[in-house]
Write a protein of this length. Sequence first.
Length: 70
Amino acid sequence: MTASNVAAREPVRPNEPLAYRVNEFCRVVGLGRTKVYALIAEGKLATIKIGGRRLIPREAALALIADGGE
């Protein structure tokens, strides 16, 4: 399942962010920072960088959960 497939099925709710900061993603998903950065380094979790801030797009977060981290 790709991020675009997940995004197509999940409507964006007004109160949900389009992207998460790493610390926020860790809190929401229940993973530690070390694990999240490992998933990023392994290419299993897509990120974007805006300025000096690394963000995890909502679609990437949903895809990671749907794929079980694989």
